[in-house]
Design a protein around this ligand. Structure first.
Ligand SMILES: [Zn+2]
Length: 67
């Protein structure tokens, strides 16, 4: 069997490029100026404000909150 489908050097280079790309994507979300790990800091009552881009499941209608 002397039929290498791809040169190993090419494969290695491509893998490195892909790893770099995904690392850059993971590094920092670009949507929010103040988004840190999915949080936007505290509101006036010192409660953490979820970034709804990162945590859409935390979206709540504030008027429904009774307390
Ligand atoms: Zn965010």
């Amino acid at each position: 069997m002397t039929w290498p489908p791809v040169s190993s050097e090419d494969t290695r280079e491509q893998r490195a490029a892909e790893a770099e790309e995904s690392a850059a994507l993971d590094a920092r979300p670009r949507h929010g100026r103040d988004c840190v790990d999915g949080w936007l800091g505290d509101d006036e009552h010192d409660r953490p404000i979820p970034c709804l881009e990162c945590r859409p499941h935390l979206a709540r209608r504030r008027r429904d909150v009774s307390t």
